[in-house]
Write a protein that binds this ligand. Sequence first.
Ligand SMILES: *Cc1c(COP(=O)(O)O)cnc(C)c1O
Length: 369
Amino acid sequence: MHDIPLVDLKAQVRAIRKEIAEAVLRSLESADYILGREVTEFETEFARYVGTKHAVGVASGTDALVLMLRACGIGPGHEVILPANTFVATAFAVSHCGARPVPVDVSEADFNIDLDRAAAAVTKATRAILPVHLFGLPADMDRLRSVANDTRLVLLEDACQAHGASYQGTRVGGLAAAAAFSFYPAKNLGACGDGGMVTTNDDEFAASVQMLRNYGQPKKYHHDLLGYNSRLDTLQAAILRVKLRRLDEWNARRRSIADLYRRLLADAPVKLPVEPAGRRHVYHLFVIRTERRDELLAHLNALGIGAGIHYPVPIHLHAAYRELGYRPGDFPVSERLCREILSLPIYPEMTEEQVAGVAEAVKDYFANR
Ligand SMILES: *Cc1c(COP(=O)(O)O)cnc(C)c1O
């Protein structure tokens, strides 16, 4: 019997509890709880990390997507193209702006949005393409940029799973007009609660997001835009500053765990994640693929291994999207992935013995069936 969770947030806190406690106390005593100094400092540090001119802290990754889309002027009557295999928030953000999410199938090769299908989905109503760097692997941004340029669309990034990943040497978050990040606790950079960030190089765009997150006010009690209350907490910003300093080390650790999985599972009858040339994967999730997924999942769970499915249902088949009128069979690659993918435990504090234990359990399943 193993006891290996999918992610282990307690292990992360144990490793940095003193620094976190100091940051929390400092910001508690500052009583500067809303958009305090820690938020500004974290925004500056995060922008520097990503390599953009601006970073604007918001209340969650979902809000980062909504505010980014609103700042692009996206609303009723508009369509936004996105992958059919992603976390539902990518599409919900579009819907909450009053626009229509247009899912397209993903590529069998890297599980990210399929470039040809994205190009084919463009209509007169399309305003933006919103690729997702799924599981920590950057989408093929050069090719997406040329699709967007040819069709005069805004290219955006859902970077909620890919803090620190890079494409041709540029970090995600700086590869398009703007990007959205999530600091949900289990993300590669996670708060002790909710948080999010929008990054951009555009001054005006950053100013719009700053207004939108704070009741649409450029000046207190003057409301130019129909804004939101969606600010990153000072307390979370203070914690995130501590964690940002560890992000590269944590991502390097995720990469070496992925390497170890790759070596140990080389002969197992499963498909392993790819890392195409020029793209640096940060393994938010380590996702394998097998037709015997459900049985393998049950086998691992029975052994105390916290494997999971990301995600069991593609965007177009959620009950919430019945009104969009899609049917099973519309996006066959995404639908097949939902049946065949399996996320193995991966987190920076995971030991080599634990990785070996998981790999052994996977191999045992196939040896004994
Ligand atoms: C986590 C996530 C979001 C939403 O972020 P929250 O902070 O949970 O609101 C959006 N898109 C993707 C791809 C995500 O993984």
